[in-house]
Design a protein around this ligand. Sequence first.
Ligand SMILES: Nc1ncnc2c1ncn2[C@@H]1O[C@H](COP(=O)(O)OP(=O)(O)OP(=O)(O)O)[C@@H](O)[C@H]1O
Length: 253
Amino acid sequence: MALVELRGVSKSFRKGDETITPLDDIDLDIDAGDFVSLMGPSGTGKSTLLNLVSGIDRPDSGTITVDGTEVTKLSRSKLADWRAANLGYIFQTHNLIPVLTAYENVELPTLLLNLSSTQRRQRVELALEAVGLSDRADHYPRQLSGGQEQRVGIARAIVAHPKVVVADEPTGSLDTETSEQVQVLLQRLNKELDITLLMVTHDRDAASIASRQLMLDRGKFLERGGDKESGSLGEWEVGVGNAGDSVAIKKFG
Ligand SMILES: Nc1ncnc2c1ncn2[C@@H]1O[C@H](COP(=O)(O)OP(=O)(O)OP(=O)(O)O)[C@@H](O)[C@H]1O
């Protein structure tokens, strides 16, 4: 069983008289240890997908299972606990709380977990160390650079030792050099700490650091074939990211 399994997932929104259905009967498998990047045109439902996987929103139909737990079946209160323990979320703009230090921002999600103060301190220190910011623990967000703020946001996402971390354009508001540093950091977290990552991005370079590259195109997943080890990238193939769909080759961009 894959770590993350989506089966027959659909999600619609009402906009005035119109119904928009960005995700219609989607299937997807993500294995433990995968680093998946997800690209696709604006409005195709990438953020919607992250919100469903992280239990922030619910699908209209279909099931989402993470590490054996059917997230779509959890009650609202159980979902909050599940999310705190199992899911990390990295935002495009880090969403740090300005009146809290880096340490306190990272500590915040751990307050929802059943941990002693010693365990909590260890987790926060480890997370800050993992993103190379131990020496900035007492700084407030305004005293940090954009890249450092994003690294604090990443530390906050991993502090609970989640099963999965989802990231919505984590390099979207960073300059090229800082973006590259964050990409290297995400790759290290995946390889060294074995964190399973699902990252939405519009940046081809950021997408290419992932071990699997998906594209969401008109409600269907395309997956980039090729040999990651040798660096040769193939074409986008329909249906590979999907569980079950027929596999037809289609050129994309
Ligand atoms: N809460 C909501 N209420 C109404 N419509 C919504 C809501 N959330 C998303 N949508 C609509 O669903 C569609 C998919 O939105 P989503 O943000 O998932 O796309 P996206 O692929 O992430 O786009 P982008 O690349 O521009 O961030 C859009 O048409 C959007 O307007």
